[in-house]
Design a protein around this ligand. Sequence first.
Ligand SMILES: [Cu+2]
Length: 148
Amino acid sequence: MNFKRFVFLILAALALSACAPKAGGAQIRVEDAWGRPSPAAASAGAFYMTIYNDGSEADTLLSATSPACMMAELHESYMMDNGAMGMRPVEGGSIEIPAGGSAELKVGGLHVMCMDKMADFKTGDTYQITLKFEKAGEIVVDVEIKDQ
Ligand SMILES: [Cu+2]
């Protein structure tokens, strides 16, 4: 093996190891991101998804942004004093994803509130949303608009 080839192999090995997931830490995976169809006249819409943490450290979803929304907030639904369902920003403004666990954003529970929507949400449309995690950093997810 000549020296040049040796150097190439070392560099290739380094490049590969840079791509491998880090041992431990938070390893975030987002599945089934979706939202209900709604006309642009409806000023807000909700996005739902399940966020898995396959790592050994808890991580925290800090915020969300999307070109489909002027602003996005992390919300929770709750029972108001009068028995009706209301919603509000989550306490502390963030959602923890436990190590080896998951957080389910679902109808009647946690959700990403898409405020001042920039578009009609039509069945079959897909919008990108960027989720920012404390440890995992930014993760871009496709949200599918569908009836469910
Ligand atoms: Cu909401």
